[in-house]
Design a protein around this ligand. Structure first.
Ligand code: 5GP
Length: 194
């Protein structure tokens, strides 16, 4: 998605050869106009899949997840990373190791919101080692729902999450795929190779 790639080029900061900082439009401040376009792009790509729910994870998945859900005209659910006082019974859980924070979280979704028969589109901001996506897939499996696809805003293609998920036969659509990061330079996977 050219608009997104231009934004990453203009405002993204390669903190190291592993981590990309995009706090100005995705991970801290959010650009609503860009989020709207991202939502439209995901909706177009998954339009034929009969999606009934969008599932994401707090907090940075909520912006793109909500915009995709708006375009697809379905509810959006975000998995919680911390225990909620009001959410104690009927929980679907999975364990997720956070790559950026170097911590393990038990993520939860209420059984009220994902049901057997749901056709779920999983959305997340980044794809690195695939832990978050795998945790969300586990939650869908426990609910008896099917995962129709995974939509990722920025995939770091040099880490193996994307390959692992695709190997499992899951459709993964990433709007920008990064080939390499070096301090001061960001290289994208050539579109023709995507
Ligand atoms: P994974 O679970 O695929 O290993 O990592 C995905 C999660 O880690 C995303 O939800 C995102 O929050 C975070 N993440 C991984 N790599 C990066 C990165 O380079 N930059 C930022 N901002 N977040 C990242």
């Amino acid at each position: 998605m050219q608009l997104l790639k231009d934004k990453i080029k203009a405002e993204g900061l390669a903190l190291s050869d592993q981590i990309l900082k995009v706090d100005s439009f995705l991970n801290h401040q959010m650009d609503p106009v860009l989020m709207k376009e991202i939502g439209k792009e995901f909706a177009e790509r998954f339009n034929e899949e009969g999606i009934t729910k969008v599932l994401t994870i707090e907090s940075s998945g909520i912006g793109p997840g909500l915009m995709a859900a708006l375009e697809l005209n379905v509810p959006m659910i975000f998995a919680r990373k911390k225990k909620s006082l009001t959410l104690s019974e009927g929980l679907l859980t999975a364990t997720v190791y956070s790559y950026t924070k170097k911590e393990t979280n038990t993520i939860t979704v209420s059984t009220n919101y994902i049901e057997s028969g749901d056709r779920v589109l999983i959305i997340d901001d980044f794809l690195a080692n695939g832990q978050a996506a795998l945790g969300l897939m586990e939650i869908c499996e426990k609910a008896g729902a099917s995962v129709q696809g995974i939509g990722i805003v920025i995939e770091k293609a040099f880490q193996d999450g994307g390959a692992q998920l695709r190997k499992q036969g899951v459709r993964v659509e990433s709007l920008a795929r990064i080939q390499a990061l070096q301090q001061g330079s960001i290289t994208f996977v050539e579109e023709s190779l995507v």
